[in-house]
Unconditional design. Structure first.
Length: 475
């Protein structure tokens, strides 16, 4: 095991890798329930809801886990890196808006709308795979300007910290300022302290606990904090948790009937390309390009961010085993579409496990095993509250910000694109948006200052594709 995963060579231990794997899993376990919710946009919970929504939910639940297991196993056994994969957030909502919602609006079969979307995911996945095995995908990653490579980890750090703040309600919506700090006073007056303010305060306490434990060099500080905050979360209000296993059988039945291999059905292909005229063809092509772009640059960004945090970059500042990681990601997307779910991508929450010391594929193996268990124990994934995992995300955000110090802020041709990539990731809630906007800024500044060179042609192509996506596709 040590030789296969290079545990000692990378300065880790089996115990550290296991703890890191558990940390990553708990940080991203929410996706097990969240992904099917997003694919049907919670329509299965509505009163008098179409039973088809519950069928899709059940199918996507199983498909999401299988996609995560296969993708993460590939990261473990093929790439041998501490990264986990699951269905991409944002992409799942876009899937609903692009394929399920139009079926609802037109009054057609929502299951057929869902299955036509799987065809588009399959095509985009095959494109991922083609450009990955040919090495083109890694060349695209290496074509990023140095300033963006240094800004991406910091931008992801801000992004995942923002996710942590939002998930637990430390940052709340405000109709005037868009965001605000948790309203503790209002929660007390409204009698909702335990529901709203307490989780936010527990998360902040968890972040401080991690900092203290790390200061004293306590091994497993992140996992210890997750477990401690989970226990406190249930003890303080005197709440209990329960298991409902009654739906397990139904999920597998619906998975087999409407999700598995639906992407290969002739009717699914007919529905996916049923539009008439050049406009419909262009729309379909743009959908495929959008899924390709977002998955590609979400993955590239995550790999650069987490690899930088783990000191797993080569002499050129690129992640080691980048080709293997890209191929693993592409195969996972193809597998996910065959099973019946939206795009599978490398997860930014992998940084939580890296922050806990994970450096090898053993970390991702532990994550894959945990996801597999969820196939049969679906309620387990929802037992760990957001306030227990949010501190891990925020803590990793703190660690990843240090990479931005390497950006040359005296050169505005580097500073402005880097800054835009940094802030646009959390503000637009998208890693790929941050990279795309940074790329566009870099190309334009280079052109207008006379600094444009032949080596900038690849980043120009990337910028042009993002311009097309921003103009023609709403996400």
């Amino acid at each position: 095991m040590d030789k296969f995963f290079k545990i000692s060579e990378r300065g880790s231990t089996v115990r550290t890798e296991i703890i890191a794997g558990l940390t990553t899993f708990f940080a991203m376990a929410y996706i097990v329930i969240t992904n099917p919710n997003q694919i049907v946009s919670f329509n299965h919970l509505a009163e008098n809801a179409d039973p088809a929504f519950q069928q899709i939910w059940n199918a996507v639940y199983v498909a999401s886990i299988l996609g995560a297991v296969i993708g993460t196993l590939l990261m473990s056994l093929y790439a041998r890196m501490p990264f986990a994969q699951a269905c991409g957030m944002g992409l799942n909502s876009f899937f609903f808006v692009s394929f399920v919602l139009p079926a609802v609006i037109s009054g057609s079969d929502v299951i057929e709308g869902y299955q036509s979307g799987l065809v588009i995911i399959l095509i985009s996945g095959l494109i991922f795979l083609l450009i990955s095995v040919t090495g083109l995908r890694s060349k695209i990653a290496r074509a990023l300007p140095d300033c963006l490579k240094k800004a991406i980890p910091a931008g992801i750090g801000l992004f995942i910290a923002f996710i942590g703040f939002q998930n637990v309600g430390i940052i709340q919506t405000n109709q005037y300022t868009l965001v605000q700090f948790v309203d503790i006073h209002g929660a007390i007056n409204n009698g909702t302290f335990f529901e709203t303010a307490m989780p936010a305060l527990l998360a902040l306490a968890g972040l401080l606990l991690i900092a203290v434990l790390e200061k004293f060099k306590v091994k497993g500080s992140v996992l210890i904090t997750i477990l401690a905050i989970t226990v406190i979360y249930y003890i303080l209000p005197g709440s209990v948790f329960s298991f409902d296993m009654s739906q397990v059988g139904a999920t597998f039945k619906d998975f087999a009937s409407i999700g598995l291999a639906a992407a290969f059905k002739p009717q699914s292909w007919a529905n996916a390309f049923s539009g008439e005229g050049l406009g419909a063809i262009f729309s379909t092509i743009m959908l495929i390009i959008t899924f390709c772009l977002v998955d590609m640059f979400d993955t590239i960004g995550t790999l650069y961010g987490t690899a930088s945090q783990a000191d797993m970059l080569d002499d050129n500042g690129d992640p080691i085993s980048v080709n293997e990681c890209m191929t693993s990601d592409a195969i996972a997307t193809v597998a996910g579409s065959v099973f019946g779910t939206s795009t599978v991508t490398t997860y930014v929450e992998s940084a939580a496990g890296v922050g806990a010391g994970g450096r090898t594929g053993l970390t991702s193996l532990v994550v894959a095993i945990c996801f597999a268990v969820c196939l049969f124990l679906s309620p387990v994934a929802s037992l760990v509250p957001a306030c227990a995992t949010a501190p891990a995300l925020i803590y990793v955000g703190v660690l990843m910000l240090k990479s931005f110090a390497k950006v040359d802020m005296n050169d505005l041709a580097s500073a402005v694109p880097a800054f835009l990539a940094l802030v646009m990731m959390p503000l637009t809630y998208s890693i790929s948006n941050g990279i795309g906007i940074g790329a566009i800024a870099y190309v334009l500044i280079s052109l207008f200052t006379g600094k444009y060179k032949k080596k900038d042609i690849p980043i120009t192509v990337i910028a042009a594709l993002f311009v097309l996506r921003f103009v023609f596709v709403t996400m």
